[in-house]
Design a protein around this ligand. Structure first.
Ligand SMILES: NC(=O)c1ccc[n+]([C@@H]2O[C@H](COP(=O)([O-])OP(=O)(O)OC[C@H]3O[C@@H](n4cnc5c(N)ncnc54)[C@H](O)[C@@H]3O)[C@@H](O)[C@H]2O)c1
Length: 253
């Protein structure tokens, strides 16, 4: 018996570097998966247990549609993994109100909307696990963007509040804080996460600077993060809720 046999997951941000690895691991553990993202997946996987739909985390109707599609195809919802994110890396003086609003809308309000949308259906199953995504700046200060930091610390409150509100329904909520993971988020110049030479890890100086700050002396792989997500979905973590867990090679010690 696989660890997540006959369970149903929504992975929001499923086209991303970390999200797509979570999708793969959920499928190998026997879960059915609805992967949703504002961006198409890089690789199309043909699997009867997997659906992809386009969606925008800031739009309540988008969430409603995803829930409807999940229930229609797979009948229930056990897991919600909120693995989307946006960032515009600007110092405080340069961060505009528009950027602030966009980052808070996607990273924080998007997670609130997601939780509100799935909880009524998780309640029916009496088993649910919600996983939010923080960052190093959830746990320590950083100069590169007040909005991103505010959104990722705001998620501490949202995670704990969800955990307490729905513990009696056996719905758990936890937050994973990745450190430095070599994905498009910190490498490419994408709309949701623009990087130029001054911020991208394609620049060897940036790569080495980040690496130097990691006591275990290496970047994390998407797999390292997905391993924890699978554990937090599984029954092995049935007594874990409201926690904020770094997977950062010791960067926030
Ligand atoms: N990569 C890292 O080093 C790192 C470090 C700390 C935290 N994180 C966090 O981990 C999570 C996953 O990041 P990743 O490294 O996989 O990045 P990624 O850029 O590979 O994936 C992020 C995904 O979010 C999607 N997205 C952005 N805005 C959206 C919206 N409005 N609606 C729906 N989808 C949207 C993007 O299309 C993308 O597929 C994010 O929350 C990020 O903040 C990443």
């Amino acid at each position: 018996m696989k660890r997540l046999e006959n369970q149903v997951a929504i992975v929001a941000g499923g086209s991303g570097g970390i999200g797509s690895e979570i999708v793969n691991q959920l499928l190998s553990e026997g879960s059915k998966v609805v992967s949703v993202d504002i961006t198409e997946p890089k690789k199309n996987i043909s699997n009867n247990n997997l659906l992809f739909k386009k969606f925008d985390s800031t739009d309540i109707n988008s969430w409603k549609k995803i829930v409807k599609i999940t229930l229609k195809n797979f009948k229930k919802i056990n897991f919600l993994i909120n693995c989307f994110g946006t960032n515009f890396r600007k110092e405080f003086d340069d961060q505009s109100l528009d950027e602030w609003q966009k980052i808070i809308d996607v990273n924080l309000t998007g997670v609130f909307l997601g939780i509100k949308s799935v909880v009524p259906f998780m309640k029916k199953e009496k088993i649910g696990s919600i996983i939010n995504f923080g960052s190093i700046v959830t746990l320590r200060g950083g100069v590169n963007g007040p909005a991103y930091q505010a959104s990722k610390t705001g998620l501490i409150g949202l995670t704990r509040s969800t955990a307490l509100a729905y513990a009696s329904d056996n719905i758990r909520c936890n937050m994973i804080c990745p450190g430095h993971v070599d994905t498009d988020f910190i490498r490419e110049n994408n709309l949701h996460s623009p990087n130029d030479w001054s911020t991208s890890i394609k620049n060897p100086l940036n790569y080495e600077k980040r690496k130097k700050g990691i006591p275990l002396n290496d970047f994390q792989e998407a797999q390292d993060i997905a391993n924890l997500a699978i554990f937090l979905c599984s029954n092995e973590s049935k007594m874990i809720t409201g926690t904020i867990i770094p997977v950062d090679g010791g960067s926030t010690i």
